[in-house]
Design a protein around this ligand. Sequence first.
Ligand SMILES: O=C[C@H](O)COP(=O)(O)O
Length: 255
Amino acid sequence: MDFAKRTPLVAGNWKMNLTRAAAGALIGEMKPLLKDASCEVALCVPFTDLEAAGAAMAGSRIRLGAQNCHWAASGAFTGEISADMLRELGVAYVIIGHSERRQYFGESDQTVNARAKAALSAGLRVILCVGETLEQREAGEMEAVIRRQMAGALEGITGEQLREMVIAYEPVWAIGTGKTATAAQAGEVCGLIRSFLAEHYGAEAADGMRIQYGGSMNAKNAAELLAQKDIDGGLIGGASLKAPDFAAIVAAAKE
Ligand SMILES: O=C[C@H](O)COP(=O)(O)O
């Protein structure tokens, strides 16, 4: 399959779940269910699962992903993992700037930018997360927040590098809460993101970018969300830990 422009990407984000053995077992369960997928599929697993997950994915079209990387190539950064370390394990995608990283681990737009650049330099594809909190939305600040996060994260990133990126719109209030954005809300913000990209990189670049929605996407609501013209896939948390649920979302994401 040619994973060309705008082929939807459905990526699971396992967050801090599943040991090596459990990861291998879940991928084994998913493989037959995903073999006829007409979109691109990735699983972003904990660092400790990468090797086992990569081996379990062999012979399938599932791409291996990680959930973060450091901005430096190497050095005295206890507890951190570099982009090259991920590449060596066969990682294709890395999530950068997830709201849980911003909320619990002090990620700023600047560190998100630095991490994204390091990942791109190492040849990884970046899934860049942006999204507003409920307070920001209720205060009428959603668009300003999205624009600030986009501008900060993309500072100094070239049009050529942008092509190796996917943007994930994840409203913080919808993550792990069961409270999904409506298809219209999600579609509106993904449209704003595409407009931002058009303003900064040109219409052609913006048209080719994949923009995912993430936040309580599940087997039931996926089709309606994915039918929005500016939504090109999903970043899936909880539902990516259950093979039939994840497979149903993948089936809903047609090219
Ligand atoms: O990265 C995934 C998102 O945080 C969504 O998580 P969720 O599907 O559990 O709401």
